[in-house]
Design a protein around this ligand. Structure first.
Ligand SMILES: Nc1nc2c(ncn2[C@@H]2O[C@H](COP(=O)(O)OP(=O)(O)OP(=O)(O)O)[C@@H](O)[C@H]2O)c(=O)[nH]1
Ligand SMILES: [Zn+2]
Length: 392
């Protein structure tokens, strides 16, 4: 049996980020989705970067004008391609593995936008030969920021970057403004996800009687980055002075809405609502973190890899992601905003318990939520127990 993974090390209280910086990062993710290059500034230099998945022909040309482009992959993706050795798994002493560091490779001469995508996407047909030579030195913080931007844009975690000559930041910014390129600071990109997660505002609330839980209301919380709202479904009138029965449910379009049999989400969602109502009230947080935080499109790619034999954790890693990319900052913040400091957490996932506790929400008790396996999700549930430490 494989060692259970450690909880997500990003479940810590975040540094502050100004509204202007958050907006710049937000806009940069949109540019990544559109295949446009972005200027990334750091303490050790500057670069132009574009997402590997979407990079437009003109963007690649613009990058080449600056300097020979490099491909940035996550350590995990590089290991899958045989470009980097897989490092030892994370341990309590060393929670950051080599796999989480960016891996840089020279882009093969003449590689076009399609070849870049093939290097980043394990589900693409006939992946091009990977580059073999080690690239020149490139600042880690810029490479990491380019991967973060791709993840924030819900794209494959890979980018192309071109180093810019050493100049004052103002000079880079002036040139970028002339060309209409957006600019971000690497440090702001690093702080963005966690800042957005805690700056939530309740923006809408209504009574919505649910089947089996007629006394229910939904409160929508909007993150400051304008991304998808998280929903709190409050059933009955839970007493904030007592531990509240709570469920953190990560969005699953396929399971929750379509009744997919590949996972247990749909049944867990309805089962949790019914159980909370049966116990006299509580809260279900419906968190916008589809596919364990990699997004629906990447989850579909992960399913395709699973159909070729990978398990649910390996498939994420082959795509270049962590096996679980979720953070529970938004969940902890919503509980606080609703007045709850202690929960009886309905979950089988130990990461949710440690994640919430690290973020200042006490977990008085873990309440199991077990759904019988079917022939399509049996392997998935076994992997959850063996690799993620789920307690069934
Ligand atoms: N990347 C990926 N995500 C998946 C896969 N199958 C299901 N998911 C996602 O996994 C998440 C499951 O969420 P939860 O049920 O809240 O969490 P859990 O980790 O199973 O923990 P508990 O149900 O609380 O025990 C959802 O976001 C699903 O979309 C898969 O094969 N790959
Ligand atoms: Zn699901």
């Amino acid at each position: 049996m494989t060692e259970p993974r450690l909880g997500n090390s990003r479940n810590v209280t975040p540094p502050a980020l100004s509204a202007a910086a958050a907006i710049a990062v937000d806009r940069a993710t949109t540019e990544f989705r559109r295949g446009q290059p972005v200027l990334i500034l750091g303490s050790q230099g500057a670069c132009l970067a574009a997402a590997a998945e979407t990079v437009a022909v003109a963007s690649l040309r613009r990058l080449r004008q600056a300097s020979p482009p490099l491909l940035v992959l996550t350590g995990r993706r590089a290991a899958v391609l045989g470009l980097a050795a897989t490092a030892a798994p994370a341990s309590v002493a060393n929670p950051i593995t080599q796999d989480e560091r960016p891996f840089l490779a020279n882009l093969p001469a003449g590689a076009d936008a399609e070849a870049v995508l093939r290097l980043a996407d394990p589900t693409a047909v006939a992946a091009a030969l990977p580059p073999t030579t080690q690239p020149p030195h490139f600042p880690d913080e810029l490479a990491t920021a380019s991967i973060h931007l791709a993840k924030l844009a819900r794209l494959l975690p890979a980018a192309v970057v071109s180093a810019l000559p050493a100049r004052a930041a103002d000079e880079h910014l002036r040139v970028a403004a002339q060309e209409g390129l957006l600019a971000v600071w690497a440090g702001d990109v690093a702080a963005y996800e966690t800042t957005a997660a805690v700056s939530l505002e309740p923006v809408g609330e209504a009574r919505v009687p649910l089947e089996g839980a007629e006394d229910a209301r939904i409160v929508a919380f909007r993150p400051s980055d304008g991304s998808t709202e998280h929903l709190a479904i409050v059933i009955g009138q839970p007493d904030p002075a007592k531990p509240v029965l709570a469920r953190l449910h990560s969005e699953c379009f396929t399971g929750d809405l379509l009744g997919s049999l590949r996972c247990d989400c749909g049944e867990q969602l309805r089962g949790a609502i019914a159980e909370i109502a049966r116990q006299g009230g509580g809260i279900l947080l419906y968190l916008a973190q589809e596919g364990r935080g990699i997004g629906l499109v990447n989850k579909l790619r992960a399913y395709r890899l699973q159909d070729q034999g990978a398990d649910t954790a390996d498939a994420n890693e082959q795509l270049g992601f962590e096996a679980d990319e979720r953070i529970y900052l938004a969940a902890a913040e919503m509980l606080r905003r609703l007045g709850f400091k202690t929960v009886r957490l309905m979950t089988n996932n130990p990461d949710k318990v440690t994640g919430l506790e690290r973020l200042g929400i006490a977990v008085a008790e873990r309440v199991p939520l077990v759904i019988p396996a079917n022939r399509f999700n049996r392997d998935y549930l076994t992997t959850k127990a063996q690799k993620f430490g789920h307690m069934f």
